[in-house]
Ligand binder design. Structure first.
Ligand code: SME
Length: 194
């Protein structure tokens, strides 16, 4: 006869039903995966995120959820997270992985290149990238996708790193872009008041 938290699936701290936990995939299973298999995996991730992002209207909650799902469902990644422009710098937001640089200044590095060129960056070898900012010196390759506001101006990025050189291809780039399109739609579509 409990008063709170006694409903089926209720969690007192969560105000919502528990999220089905996802399996952690370690290592570089990528090798055994076909392009089609990878494409389908990103499709499943987007579908899962569509169901999760309606559970709040909060951007931080959305970013934390996206970082957690992506980081645990894409094999071989070392860091998955967000930077947003604040006061002219890129400032870190929700992420999964080792401690990262909090502020990226001066339009240097891969994240700023994604913003300044308004284009996804797939970098096979970060050591060959001019002005690359090494938050984790084990990082070897990365993908950065710009995130746009409702006027179409980039105001942040989704950044994914790997300790393995040349870890990401066009399928990964398109997969992460699909996730960013979902966030843009979620954030930039006016909600009806009814
Ligand atoms: N590599 C990024 C810096 C951020 S970290 O990778 C988390 C860059 O060069 O912009």
């Amino acid at each position: 006869n409990l008063k709170s938290g006694s409903g089926r699936g209720a969690h007192p701290a969560c105000h919502s039903e528990p999220v089905k936990q996802i399996e952690t995939t370690a290592g570089y299973l990528e090798h055994s995966m076909t392009e089609e298999g990878k494409r389908k995996r990103y499709q499943r991730i987007v579908e899962q995120l569509e169901a999760l992002l309606v559970k709040s209207n909060d951007r931080t909650a959305h970013c934390a959820t996206v970082a957690a799902v992506l980081h645990h469902k894409v094999p071989g990644v070392s860091w998955t997270g967000f930077y947003f422009i604040k006061g002219g710098d890129l400032v870190v937001d929700a992420y999964q992985g080792p401690v990262a640089c909090q502020v990226l200044e001066n339009h240097k590095g891969v994240c700023w290149a994604a913003i300044d060129n308004d284009a996804t960056q797939i970098v096979a070898d970060v050591h060959a990238f001019p002005d690359h900012i090494a938050c984790d010196d084990r990082s070897r390759s990365e993908v950065v996708v710009p995130i746009h506001d409702s006027a179409g101006t980039p105001f942040g990025v989704l950044d994914i790193d790997s300790h393995r050189e040349n870890h990401f291809d066009e399928v990964d780039g398109a997969g992460y872009e699909a996730v960013v399109r979902l966030l843009e739609t979620t954030w930039n579509t006016p909600r009806s008041e009814t």
